[in-house]
Structure formats: C-alpha cells, structure tokens
Design a protein around this ligand. Sequence first.
Ligand code: FAD
Length: 540
Amino acid sequence: MLRITELRLPIDHPPESLRAAIVRRLALAPEQLADFTVFRRGYDARKGLNFVYTVDCSLNDVAAEADVLRRFADDRHVGPTPDMHYRFVARAPEGAPRPLVVGFGPCGIFAALVLAQMGFRPLVLERGKTVRERAKDTWRLWRGHELDPESNVQFGEGGAGTFSDGKLHSQIKDPKHHGRKVLTEFVRAGAPEEILYLGKPHIGTFRLVSMVEKMRAEIESLGGEIRFRARVDDLLIEDGHVRGVILADGAEIRADHIILALGHSARDTFEMLHRRGVFMEPKPFSVGFRIEHPQALIDRARLGKYAGHPLMGAADYKLVHHAGNGRAVYSFCMCPGGTVVAATSEAGRVVTNGMSQYSRAEHNANAGIVVGITPTDYPGGPLAGIALQRTLEARAFDLGGGNYDAPVQRVGDFLAGRPSTAPGEVAPSYKPGVRYTNLASALPDYAIAAIREAIPAFARQIPGFDMHDAVLTGVETRTSSPLRIRRGDDLQSVNVRGLYPAGEGAGYAGGILSAGVDGIRAAEAVARMIVGADEIAALT
Ligand SMILES: Cc1cc2nc3c(=O)[nH]c(=O)nc-3n(C[C@H](O)[C@H](O)[C@H](O)COP(=O)(O)OP(=O)(O)OC[C@H]3O[C@@H](n4cnc5c(N)ncnc54)[C@H](O)[C@@H]3O)c2cc1C
C-alpha cells in the first residue's frame, strides 16, 4: 500500500476526480491503480477552498508499487502506508480471573470491550440505568425541572459523553493505534465511516445512544456482563491489594483486578476512595460560562464567502487569551449548531455543557469560555476542587431561581457590569429555562476579570464575538476532573495493587476518544498482570 499526503482538490470536485488525481500524482497509467481509501480529509481555505486528502492506494502489482517508491524516494508526500492495526496484547488463559470494570462511560466501555475481545469475561458495574431509561430521566430534568441524581447527563450507560456533540478529536499521540481502534469500533457500532478520515470528526448525540447499546451487546456476546443500578460504595482492601467492592445495596463482589472508570462527577466515590487511603492529588481544571452566538455569525467569520456552503457544515472555533492577571481563558467543547444543556448530577446545583445532533443544524453555536485554575486557588487537599465546584454550582442554582433554570446574562451587560433583565436577539437554548441576572458573582473575581478581558480579544479573531446580545449561561465547572488518582507505569494505583484508575475521573483523559484510549490501556495492563509478562513476551 502507498500513502499520498497533501493531495488538494476543490471542495466541489466530482467524486471520480479523486481517482484521477491519484493517477496523475503518481504518474501511473489509470489501470495500474487497483483501489484507494481516504485516510484523512481536511480543508484549507487559504487559496480558494480545497479539500486536502491523505489517501492510501494499492496498485495492481507489487513491482509497480516498488517502482513508485523508488521514483518518489525524495518526495515526503509519497511513501509506504504505515501499519495502523491495533494488536491485542494477550489472550485470556483458561480459567482466568474475572476483572471488574466500574463505570460504563467511554473508558469503561473500551476497557470492557477489549478485555472481552481478549477472552477475559469482565463484569461491569454501572451506577446509572440503561441508555434508553437514562435518556427519559435526563429529559425529565430538561423538560420538567426534575433531577434523578443517579440517572442524568453524567451517570448511566454511555457515560458523560452520550448526550454530547460527540466530537472525537484528540491531540494524543497514537503509536499503538489505540485511537484508531476506538474509531474503528465506533464505526462497527454504527458511527458514520467518515469519522475514520475527517480531520475533526463528530457523531452527534442521536447515534451515540444506539452505538452504546451495540457495544454493550458485543461485550455480552463475548461473555462479559453489565449490571446497571450497581453503584460501588466501598472497596475491600487487604494488605495493600484490592480484593473486591461493596455495592450500594450491600452486595459484596470479590475481584483482584478492578478498573475504576468513574468519570469526573463521581464525587461521592472520590470521597470514599480518599477515606480508604487511595492516593490522589488535586489537579488543575477550569471554570467559566457557556457562550451562545448565532451560528451564522461564526460561519461568516470562519468561512467567509463559503459560509453556508453545504459541504462545509457549521463552522467551529478554538480560542485562547492570556489575560493581564495571568489567567488563561479558552474556548472549551465548542458545539456548532447545538444547544446548551443542563448537566448537573447533584441536587441543588446548576452546571452547563453543550451538545449537538449530527446535523449541527440548530440556530446557535455554543462553547464554554473557561478560565484555568490550579490547586493554589483551592488549597485544602485532593477534594478541595470538588468543594469549589459545589460552591459555584450551588450559587448558579440560586442565581437561576432555585429550580434548575440557569442564570444568563447578555454579553454587552456582562462587559458593562450591569444585570440583564430581558432577552435580546440571541435566544438561550438551555433547558428547562433561564433567568436573566448578573453573573458577576457566579465565579471568583479573577475569573470574571479574565473573561471580561478575553471576550473583546476573541472578537478580534471572530468579529461579533462580543455582540451585545450574545448570551452567557452559568456555570461551566465540570471541564475535567479536579483531582488525579496517581498510578504507576503499570497503570495500577501507586498504593493499592490491583486497582487501575483510568479515564477522565482519574485524571488521565479529557474527552470521549482519549477516555476510550485510556480504557484500552487499562484493559491491557490488567491482561498483562493476569497473563504475566513472560507469557506475553513468548506470544509476541
Ligand atoms: C454534555 C457533555 C458533552 C460533551 N461533549 C463532548 C464531546 O463532544 N467530545 C468529547 O470528546 N467529550 C465530550 N464530553 C466529555 C466526555 O463525555 C468525557 O470526557 C468522557 O465521557 C469521559 O469518559 P469516562 O469514561 O472517563 O467517564 P464518564 O463518561 O463520566 O463515565 C463514568 C461512568 O462511571 C459511572 N460511575 C461513577 N461512579 C460510579 C460508581 N461508584 N459505581 C458505578 N458506576 C459509577 C457513571 O455513572 C458513568 O457512567 C462531554 C461531556 C458532557 C457532559
């Protein structure tokens, strides 16, 4: 196979011209090109609007491929296709012990899936409900101001990213093709194939629901088991080694290998782990607001005359500003053509986040505008970040009127330091509802000052970003885990053997893709421990 990078074609090129472009680029006779697949497609709007392809192609005979490699030896955009296959590290031996996976978000799903595919029959314990039941509970908050603390946007089958935009970009390096494995499994479960090659793929919330169900079915068909409404409330630790868990209903389950894939909102579980002495430390995270603009404004700024072009879709943005008070302000989890969602898992608190459907066709664009904070802002040990999150979320609940409506403010009023009293041109999308107010007391003063400085600075990159009627909705507090459960090179807790903290909650991932990758790595670490390094070395 040969790989060509940087192959440019105008975005409205007919499909067959890609084949012709490959033939031309490699100076082949047309019949020599047997087949090709698109490995990546991005776009470049600098000189006209072009798709920029990376393609893998096979020729009709090996000698012709060798000839191309010789002719293009000095051309860095033509070469052999690298091997992208994910390989399992082990096979489960007969009678292998059954590992536990706690949590069935992307990290737990991929940990369980890969364990099952290797022949270990994992038992998954998930505190929430199946994804369909959970969707109904989540809608009860969004439509009816009614929160179920065990079944919501954060908790339940699929984890935190189920009701999301399903963005799958990640900056992680991928030498062992874990990221590719995640994307490939998503496609097998029903994601559009384009996620394998688009530069910034996304799935949208609607499909994620059925994909999660398909992945559960595969784990079960391989001998795994998933128990819902099974909240882990305690750990059994003997002589520095975990030996099992105790569930909320008092049931005890023994296991010597436990992957903790808890997500960043399992505050009660973090408290329990801390009480049990599992080593953890505070970690930086970010707090801020969601901002909403008309999507058309973002499209105009990012795509110029190509705004609204059907092949371009709704435009996104990524912004950073270093404020005079030393704080970094940045856009977080931008959702083109999406909605702002109520994302609390605790009673008496308001938390925002964003989601989109695959079509990204809603009227508004939204993103978190958040300020980086560090443990010096919340001294007091590993759980102090959670205490700060709770304080801010409770304040937002009060500012919103105490019924899960969110506090909102028009950007012009926020910048001028006066309360908003009525809606403007941009209608907030947060459900169940909003209350116009002054957000100045919703975050620490340094964060408010930094955001006040950042918004006009962002408007220099996206004209109109500071439009008077853009809407800020408070508060965005669950940007990542406020703590890290320390683990060693073997991915086990540094002081409790057999415990594998993984994913976003443990501080090792920051999104769906990276959480899935970390789940695979945790599964591999468990397999290595069970099978033994010598056996594995003999296999490879
Ligand atoms: C609204 C929203 C939109 C998002 N959009 C995107 C996006 O577009 N792209 C992206 O990459 N990321 C997005 N994210 C972030 C992404 O969802 C997370 O990074 C990812 O889900 C983390 O995966 P995880 O498996 O580590 O944790 P989680 O997905 O949080 O899963 C943890 C699971 O553990 C369970 N659990 C917790 N405690 C216990 C216990 N004691 N016993 C049993 N089970 C327990 C929970 O119920 C949960 O199901 C979004 C998040 C939200 C909330």
